[in-house]
Design a protein around this ligand. Structure first.
Ligand code: DI6
Ligand code: FE
Length: 424
C-alpha cells in the first residue's frame, strides 16, 4: 500500500477500475478494484480502493466512476516518422510486382522520393497531413509520441519538420518527443559524397538543432542502403559533444554491428533489430539500451528474418514496441495493431507487448522516471478501456476499445466518451 503523504489538492479521483499499472511486481502490475487520485497533473495515489484514505476521497474535487474499466498508462509510441509529404502508394504497387525495398531505394525511389515531396511541402501542409496521422494514433490511447525528422535532409527542411513536431504538440493532446534523423538517406545533392554529407550533419545541422533545442535525440539509419558504422559513429560523437542522446535504426535489413556501437554510446534505444547478433544483444543489455521492435515494418516489407526475441529475453534487454509510422516501410497509425502483430509475428506475450508501449516505450525515450507506469509521482497520463482483461488489447485487431484518455490528469474531450461524474 502506498504510504505517500496526502497532497492538499486532489483534483480528481477515479474509482471502480481495474488498474494495469505495468509495474513489474506482478502480471500487468494488476490492481483489481483500484482507484487513482490525481493532483496537479501527477498521480497522487494509486492502489486498492479499499485502502483509499478517507481524506483523499473527501478532498477530491471530482470523482469519476470508471464502471469496471481497465486503466493502463497512456500508450507511448516511441518510434515514428509521421511527418512527411506525399505518398509512396506507387512504390507499394512496384513491390507487389516484385521489386524489393532495397532495389527501389537504390534506383532513387524510397526515402529520397519522400524527401522531394517533403521539401516541397510548407509548414501548414506538413502540419495538416501529419495531424491526420497523429489523430489516428492518439485515438488509440497514445499520450506520448516520438517523431523523427529525416525527410528533409537539408538544414531548412529538417528544421521545418522539427518545428512542425512542436506545432503538433501545441495543437494535440499529446507529448511529442522530436528526434533529428539527418542521417536517414543520402540526398541527391550529395550523390557519391556520403562522407561530406555526414560532415554537414555533424558540423552544420547538429549544432543548429542543439542550439535551438528543437530535438531531444539524434538517430541514424545504419544500413547498406543507409550509412556505415564509421559514419554512424561520427554522428554519435557530434551528438554527444552537444549533449544530445542517440538512438539507432540498427540491423533492420542486415547485421552491421550497429546495436553494439549504439550500446557503446549509451544509446536510448536500438530499433528494428531483425538481424541482431548475440554480441549485439549482450552489449545492449550491458548498457541498458532498449530494443524497439517494429512489427509493422517487418510485416509490410514481408520480412522473414525474425528479430531474436529469445536472445533479448535471455539477456534481459527491455523490449519496446512502436508503429514506425512512415510512408515506405510501415504506413501504420494503429499502435493496437502493433500489439497484435508483436504477439502473432514475434511471439511476444500480450503482457510483453503492453509493456512495450508503456514502461519500456517510456524508457526508450528516456522518460522512464516520469511516464510508462501508474505510479505515484508520475505524470497522470492514462487510458480507460472497455475491456475486462488487459490481454484483450493484443488479442483483438481492427478494434479500438478506448473509452477515455486522461492526460496530465485531465480527461480529453472525445465523441465516444461517456462519463459518470459526480461532484463531492
Ligand atoms: N527504416 C525504416 O523502416 C524507415 N526508415 C528507416 O530508416 C523507412 C523510411 C521510408 O521508407 O520512408
Ligand atoms: Fe523507422
Amino acid at each position: 500500500m502506498p504510504d505517500n503523504p496526502t497532497p492538499e489538492i486532489i483534483d480528481a479521483l477515479w474509482v471502480n477500475a481495474q488498474l494495469a499499472t505495468m509495474k513489474p511486481d506482478n502480471p500487468y502490475g494488476m490492481i483489481k478494484n483500484g482507484a487513482i487520485a490525481v493532483s496537479e497533473g501527477k498521480l497522487a495515489w494509486v492502489g486498492h480502493e479499499k485502502d483509499l484514505p478517507a481524506e483523499i476521497r473527501s478532498a477530491a474535487t471530482r470523482t469519476h466512476n470508471a464502471r469496471g474499466a481497465c486503466i493502463t498508462p497512456g500508450l507511448i509510441d516511441c518510434h515514428t516518422h509521421l511527418i512527411y509529404g506525399g505518398s509512396r502508394v506507387r512504390e507499394f504497387e512496384l513491390r507487389l510486382l516484385g521489386a524489393s525495398y532495397e532495389e527501389i531505394s537504390r534506383q532513387g525511389g524510397g526515402i529520397v522520393s519522400t524527401v522531394s515531396a517533403t521539401r516541397k511541402a510548407d509548414e501548414d501542409r506538413l502540419f495538416h497531413e501529419s495531424g491526420r496521422r497523429l489523430s489516428a494514433i492518439i485515438s488509440e490511447g497514445v499520450t506520448t509520441v516520438e517523431v523523427k525528422s529525416g525527410y528533409g535532409l537539408d538544414l531548412e527542411t529538417e528544421l521545418r519538420m522539427l518545428r512542425v513536431a512542436k506545432m503538433l504538440e501545441d495543437a494535440f493532446p499529446v507529448t511529442v518527443c522530436p528526434t533529428y534523423l539527418g542521417a536517414h538517406a543520402l540526398p541527391e545533392e550529395y550523390r557519391n559524397r556520403s562522407d561530406e554529407y555526414i560532415d554537414f550533419v555533424c558540423d552544420r545541422v547538429i549544432p543548429a538543432v542543439a542550439s535551438q533545442q528543437i530535438a531531444q535525440a539524434v538517430d541514424v539509419f545504419c544500413e547498406t542502403i543507409g550509412f556505415s558504422l564509421e559514419q554512424t559513429e561520427r554522428v554519435f560523437k557530434a551528438s554527444r559533444d552537444r549533449g544530445l542522446p542517440v538512438k539507432l535504426h540498427a540491423e533492420q535489413l542486415s547485421d552491421q554491428g550497429g546495436a553494439a556501437l549504439a550500446a557503446r554510446y549509451g544509446a536510448l534505444s536500438a530499433d528494428h533489430l531483425e538481424y541482431l547478433s548475440e554480441d549485439g544483444a549482450q552489449a545492449m543489455a550491458a548498457s541498458g539500451t532498449v530494443a524497439v521492435l517494429l512489427p509493422g515494418a517487418y510485416y509490410f516489407l514481408r520480412e522473414t528474418h525474425l528479430p531474436p526475441i529469445d536472445l533479448l529475453r535471455r539477456y534481459g534487454v527491455p523490449m519496446a514496441l512502436a508503429t514506425d509510422c512512415n510512408p515506405g516501410s510501415s504506413p501504420a497509425t494503429s499502435p493496437l495493431l502493433m500489439l497484435n502483430m508483436a504477439c502473432t509475428l514475434f511471439r511476444l506475450t500480450p503482457e510483453e507487448a503492453l509493456a512495450g508501449v508503456t514502461r519500456f516505450g517510456a524508457a526508450a525515450l528516456g522518460l522512464g522516471k516520469v511516464k510508462g507506469t501508474l505510479e505515484i509521482g508520475k505524470d497522470a497520463d492514462f487510458v480507460l478501456w472497455d475491456i475486462s482483461d488487459p490481454a484483450e488489447l493484443a488479442y483483438r485487431f481492427g478494434f479500438n476499445p478506448c473509452r477515455q484518455v486522461v492526460r496530465n490528469g485531465t480527461p480529453i474531450e472525445s465523441d465516444h466518451f461517456e462519463d459518470d461524474t459526480s461532484n463531492t
